[in-house]
Design a protein around this ligand. Sequence first.
Ligand code: ADP
Ligand code: MG
Length: 350
Amino acid sequence: MKIKSIFPLFFLTAGIFLSGCSKSPAKEPTAYDNSDIAMGTVVSQRIYSRGADKTGEILDLLTQTEHRYLSWRQEDSDIGKINQQAGKEPADVDAQTMAYLKESLTLAEKSGGAFDPTMGKLTRLWNVEAENPRVPSKEEIQPLLDESGYGKIHLKDEDGQCQAALEKGCSIDLGAVGKGIGCDEAAALLEKDENAQGAVVAVGGSVLTWGAKPDGTDWKVAIRDPRGEAEDLLGVLSLTDENYVSTSGDYEKYFVQDGKRYHHILDPATGRPADAGLISVTVLGENGLISDGLSTACFVLGFEKGAELLEKYDAQGIFVDEEKKFYVSDGLTDLFDLEASGYIVFPFPS
Ligand code: ADP
Ligand code: MG
């Protein structure tokens, strides 16, 4: 099935059906649409509200969150400061950054290190989005692997004073949870807006659904066919109220050398692109950070260990493997409609 979206870029990783006109009769909520760039990705929004258009505020909030707290590119962001001071004194950070780091480290532990927020230097070494990417040598990978590891992050949170220290050579990169954090921030802003009735916000491959649509129908979140064209769908999730949906896959950021695909999700055990047999992982978890982090972690872990990790978080998932088998967890079987052909559906292990 092909969808002609008014926001074609929606379907980069996951997408949403948008239909209908953008203005409603008086007193009915107005539908505000916006598609723009923030956090280095396409942010597509629809907000139903009886008040003013808040899509611009959400976009600004995402940009601020990236610049103040998350960006490793920005020397004066909290993560930038921590990285610059690696091997030296601890950096003072905002309570918000501390909360993101704590949740990230918990995920790193629970995933046995499959999710590791210190993969930045290796990501930059592989640089799969470069014009002429290449496979780095073992000699290039090993020193960076030795310097990485989430155990090299040390957090201190005493009497409201938050500090983070990093061992020498190590570097933090929250790229695997940034878009999910964006969804959390968007939800917090909507929660404070008494006029907002419902919204769907897609930050790249992480999607927030919030509240209700005025016509009472479900939110539709489309998942891209990992081996199809950009607008081909694997299927559609029908959701109500607040949900956080994140998808990680090997089909967007990759290069091919000697017939082999090298993508951007690295196995922290090897420093090489994860190779556990999965090509797309979609997760619904309790918040955006967790859904985004879990989709990356499960991609690294593969089907069985990934399913075990989802259980620890009471999260739901859809995993697709390279043989075009796909697995839907119990909580999603009634909510997911398969659209693509050639896939075989399997249950999750019980
Ligand atoms: P995307 O950025 O495409 O949404 P992910 O959420 O899966 O994809 O995150 C991938 C990004 O996270 C990479 O670009 C890299 O910066 C970082 N990363 C790569 N491998 C890991 C890993 N095993 N654990 C944590 N972060 C990772
Ligand atoms: Mg992720």
